[in-house]
Design a protein around this ligand. Structure first.
Ligand code: F0G
Length: 455
C-alpha cells in the first residue's frame, strides 16, 4: 500500500485545490478531500486561465480535430477535452475505456407528450459501464494511480462501484466497494464482482457507507473515488462540453438532471460557468435538479432553509441510485442552481415509473433515477418555469439494463402492489407490456398478435 497520505500535485500540473467555503487555495489535498482550514469540500481551479485564457475558437477546433484521431486518449470523450482538465504528464497515463461519447437523442414521443418540440436526451447510460460515472472515474482513477495508490475505494448506490471497479481493474489497482446491503440492483452488484473489487454489503444505507468511508480514508492508505473527490467532478464536466459541441455551441434553455449525492449537477454547473467565462458559449442554460420525493434533501434544504444549511432526510425510493438522504455536494449544487437560475423539484414514485416507461417506449430506455428528469420536466412546465417553445435537454444518467427488476415488476403490474401507490398506479396500465406465456403453437402467437393489434 502507498505510504503517502496526501494527493500530491506535480509542479508541471497547472491546477490548485480551492475550498468552496473559505476560498483557501492549496497545492495538495488530504485523503478526505476536505479543506485543511475549515473542513468544507474542495474544487479544482486553474489559476493560469486568468493570465493566458484558453482561446475558445482554438479549443473548439482542437476538440473537433481530435475526433479524427485514433489515439486512445483522443477516442475518449472525456480526455478529448483535456485542455480544460488537470493535465497529465503524458497521454499514456490516462486509464481509459473510451468513456464519454454519449449520444444526444431527439425524443419525439416524449416531445409529443410534453408538448415541448425541442426535447433531447443526453444518454450517459451509453458509457462503458452503463452510467455517467465513467466520465468522472477515468480522471479520478488516473490521478489515484499517478499519486501511487494501490487501493481505491467508494461508497455507492451501485453505479459508482461498478465504474470504480472497472477502472481500478484497468489501471492495475485494487478496488474496495461499500454498498448498502439489499439496496442496490443485482446488475450493478454483479459488475463490481466481475471487475474484481472487494465488495462489502454493509447493513446500513448509502449515507452510512459514505460516513464509514470518510473515516476509513483517514486510517488506511486508500484513495476515495466518491464525488467528494474533485477529480471526479472534473471528468464529469465533459458531459456539458460534449453536449454543447453536439448542439453546435448553441446553449439549450434548460438542462435537467437527477439529484442524489449532487456531484453530477455540481460538475455540469461548473462546466457551464467555465464555458461561459472562457467564451465557448454566450449564455448559461438553466440547470435544474430533480429528486425523488422520498429522497428530497436538496428540495427541503432550499424550501425550508433557503439553501443555508442541509436538511437531511431518511431516504426511501425505488429509484435506488438516488436513495440518498445526506448529499455530500449539496453546497456545490446550491451554488450552481444560483449561478444558472435553475429550479429544484421533486417527483413521486408513480411519476418516475410513468416517465421511465415513456422513455423506454422511445426505444431508448433508462434506469429509474434517470427518469426523474422527464417527470420533473412535466412539473416545471406546469409551473411555467419551462416554456413549450424552449430547448430542453434531459440528462439520462444510467442504462435501462442497470435495474431490470424495476422494469419487469412495472410491466407485470407488480411494482406498486401492496404499497400506498397501488391505486394511483392503476392509470399506468396502458404503458405496461407484460410478457405472455403461451403454448408453442402458431395459432397462439397469431391470436396474441391480433389482440395486440386491436388494443
Ligand atoms: N442517476 C444515477 C443512475 C446514479 O447512479 C446517480 C448516483 C445519480 C443519478 C445521482 O447523481 O449523486 O451525482 O447527484 N449514483 C451514485 C452511486 C451515488 O453510488 O452510484 P449524483
Amino acid at each position: 500500500m502507498a505510504s503517502e497520505r496526501t494527493v500530491a500535485r506535480d509542479v508541471s500540473v497547472e491546477f490548485r485545490f480551492r475550498c468552496i467555503a473559505c476560498g483557501n487555495l492549496s497545492d495538495s489535498a488530504s485523503q478526505n478531500f476536505r479543506c485543511a482550514e475549515c473542513g468544507d469540500l474542495l474544487e479544482i481551479t486553474y489559476p493560469h486561465w486568468k493570465e493566458s485564457r484558453p482561446d475558445a475558437a482554438q479549443l473548439k477546433s482542437t476538440w473537433r480535430d481530435r475526433r479524427l484521431s485514433s489515439n486512445a486518449i483522443d477516442l475518449s470523450g472525456v480526455w478529448r477535452f483535456r485542455d480544460l482538465l488537470p493535465a497529465l504528464e503524458n497521454d499514456q497515463q490516462a486509464i481509459t475505456l473510451r468513456e464519454g461519447n454519449a449520444p444526444l437523442y431527439e425524443l419525439p414521443r416524449c416531445a409529443h407528450i410534453t408538448a415541448v418540440p425541442r426535447l433531447f436526451a443526453k444518454h450517459q447510460g451509453m458509457n462503458p459501464t452503463g452510467s455517467f460515472k465513467d466520465a468522472g472515474m477515468t480522471v479520478a482513477a488516473t490521478f489515484a494511480r499517478r499519486a501511487g495508490f494501490r487501493w481505491v475505494a467508494c461508497a455507492s448506490t451501485g453505479n459508482t462501484s461498478a465504474s470504480m471497479a472497472a477502472y481500478a481493474a484497468r489501471g492495475g489497482m485494487r478496488g474496495l466497494v461499500l454498498v448498502p446491503e439489499g439496496k442496490i440492483s443485482w446488475s450493478k452488484l454483479s459488475q463490481a464482482l466481475d471487475y474484481g473489487a472487494v465488495t462489502c454489503q454493509l447493513r446500513t444505507d448509502f449515507d452510512g457507507c459514505l460516513r464509514l468511508l470518510q473515516e476509513l480514508v483517514l486510517r488506511a492508505p486508500v484513495y476515495q473515488l466518491n464525488s467528494i473527490n474533485p477529480f471526479r467532478l472534473e471528468g464529469q464536466k465533459t458531459l456539458a462540453f460534449e453536449l454543447l459541441e453536439q448542439l453546435d455551441w448553441q446553449p439549450p434553455d434548460h438542462i435537467i438532471v437527477p439529484g442524489g449525492n449532487l456531484g453530477n449537477s455540481s460538475a455540469i454547473g461548473k462546466a457551464l460557468v467555465e464555458m461561459r467565462d472562457l467564451g465557448l458559449i454566450s449564455r448559461l442554460p438553466k440547470l435544474s435538479v430533480i429528486q425523488a420525493e422520498g429522497a428530497n434533501a436538496l428540495v427541503r434544504t432550499l424550501r425550508e432553509a433557503a439553501g443555508q444549511r442541509l436538511i437531511n432526510v431518511a431516504a426511501e425510493t425505488r429509484a435506488t441510485a438516488i436513495r440518498i438522504g445526506n448529499p455530500a455536494s449539496w453546497k456545490k449544487a446550491v451554488h450552481v442552481l444560483e449561478a444558472t437560475d435553475g429550479a429544484c423539484e421533486q417527483v413521486t414514485e408513480v411519476e418516475i415509473a410513468q416517465a421511465k416507461a415513456e422513455i423506454g417506449a422511445e426505444g431508448i430506455g433508462c434506469e429509474p433515477a434517470s427518469a426523474v428528469t422527464l417527470a420533473g420536466l412535466k412539473k416545471l412546465l406546469k409551473q411555467g418555469f419551462v416554456k413549450p417553445n424552449e430547448t430542453v435537454v434531459l440528462v439520462l444518467t444510467g442504462n435501462l439494463l442497470k435495474d431490470p427488476d424495476f422494469t419487469i415488476e412495472f410491466h407485470r403490474g407488480e411494482l406498486f402492489k401492496g404499497t400506498k401507490d397501488e391505486s394511483a398506479s392503476a392509470e399506468l396500465r396502458a404503458l405496461q407490456r407484460p410478457p405472455v406465456v403461451l403454448d408453442a403453437t402458431l395459432d397462439a402467437v397469431i391470436r396474441t398478435l391480433e389482440q395486440a393489434e386491436r388494443s
